[in-house]
Design a protein around this ligand. Structure first.
Ligand SMILES: [Cu+2]
Length: 82
């Protein structure tokens, strides 16, 4: 399992949550997503390239300010540069 937590400062309301969730759900490898209005973060569980997640969020109109990757347990999966 891989978890990526992304900082998305523009998250402000339920519409943002719905838009970002809808953008991420179709990505192959995404198992679960959580969008926090309070923390202004997007958490993605699954096995999906970080670049694809950033592109999907950007495509929905939100800038990704940073991210953290945690919990790599899959052999051979390349950890992105932080
Ligand atoms: Cu909003």
């Amino acid at each position: 399992m891989q978890r990526i937590t992304l900082s998305v400062p523009e998250i402000s309301c339920g519409h943002c949550v719905a838009a970002i969730t809808a953008a991420l759900q179709p990505l192959a490898g995404v198992e679960a997503t959580e969008v926090s209005i309070d923390a202004k973060t997007v958490t993605v569980d699954g096995l999906v390239e970080r670049d694809h997640i950033v592109a999907a969020i950007s495509g929905a109109g939100y800038e990704v300010a940073g991210y953290e990757v945690a919990g790599y347990e899959v052999a051979g999966y390349e950890v992105p540069d932080a």
